[in-house]
Ligand binder design. Sequence first.
Ligand code: NAD
Ligand code: UDP
Length: 344
Amino acid sequence: EYFENVISGNSDKFDEQDKVLRSPAIRRRILVTGGAGFLGSHLCELLLEAGHEVICADNFSTGLRRNIESLTRFNGFSLVDHDIIEPIDVEVDEIYNLACPASPPHYQADPIHTTKTCVLGSLNMLELAARNGARILQASTSEVYGDPQVHPQVEGYWGNVNPFGPRSCYDEGKRCAETLFFDFHKTRQVEIKVVRIFNTYGPRMRPDDGRVVSNFIVQALKGEDITIFGDGSQTRSFCFVDDLIDGFIRMMASPTSLTGPINFGNPTEFTIAALAEQVIELTGSRSKIVHRPLPVDDPRQRRPDISLAERELGWRPKVELAAGLVHTISHFDALLAQANELME
Ligand code: NAD
Ligand code: UDP
């Protein structure tokens, strides 16, 4: 009945049934790689709140201990300090493979390690899934579309990616990871869920993450110049973290036949200049806008076509940009206030 409602788009009923889905009728043992990162820590928290056992594996390259500190209150939580480019042996029912730096300055800092994380890391997690008969979800990315020539991006579009530019370690790494996921599914019957995530923001991003939303908010709160790369006419579509994590949970619980790839993102598109103006308005900042050179291979436009997620999962983001920004601004406000107290 649940899936009939999803397929027929009866979303009110879906919401009721979604609560049942989240309740731990069966307590599962779940590995979250990259669980100390921005998205991973929100996912771990939601899974623990639903009563599951969660093992967080992280090498803390971009993840933070403070993101998972509060999770020690759950007795089902455990942490393994582990780099997924090495194999790991744990007994699990499900795996969410999120480990990988996601911000351009961070994934470009050690590009070879980024490719290894995407490719060897995925291989190790797929071997683990095969040994355990576990379902595995891969955090893929809109970057597999590169600088897209099809707009909005549908899952059937193969993309426009430079194989050896500054973004390639991430883009091609994630593309190769998708190849591995589908080949493990075909040849070893591993149950896979490949989700292509579009720009997502929210509390627990690092102040020095380097991505545009956190950069603009931190600059605005500190009264520093807001750095628009290029003329600001390039576009992105920003999804609030809670909406995305809701999509992950629905995807993991979907029928085996739904492997993806499936787009998850907010379909409302903004120019980067418009984002800067919104941040200035919501923070009441006096920061000035300054322009810096556009990074090499920076995609011109990006917006997900989410009809597949709507049809198959009854999923659609609910949080509008202004509301999501207000939450994120208060996170950074609190963080900067704490840092100031420590300095005093
Ligand atoms: P993040 O940098 O905050 O988190 C990544 C986490 O992975 C960190 O905790 C980091 O320490 C850990 N990690 C990195 N390499 C590792 C390795 N080799 N072994 C173990 N742990 C490792 O980034 P995020 O935004 O939370 O992204 C999480 C995942 O989602 C990534 O795979 C990213 O590619 C994907 N994604 C995110 C977005 C987004 O907008 N947030 C968009 C597309 C895809
Ligand atoms: N960007 C910007 N100023 C910044 C950081 C990023 O103008 O301080 C731009 C960047 O050039 C890109 C867009 O914002 O066009 C989104 O960048 P981000 O790094 O957040 O994500 P991605 O490029 O990976 O989508």
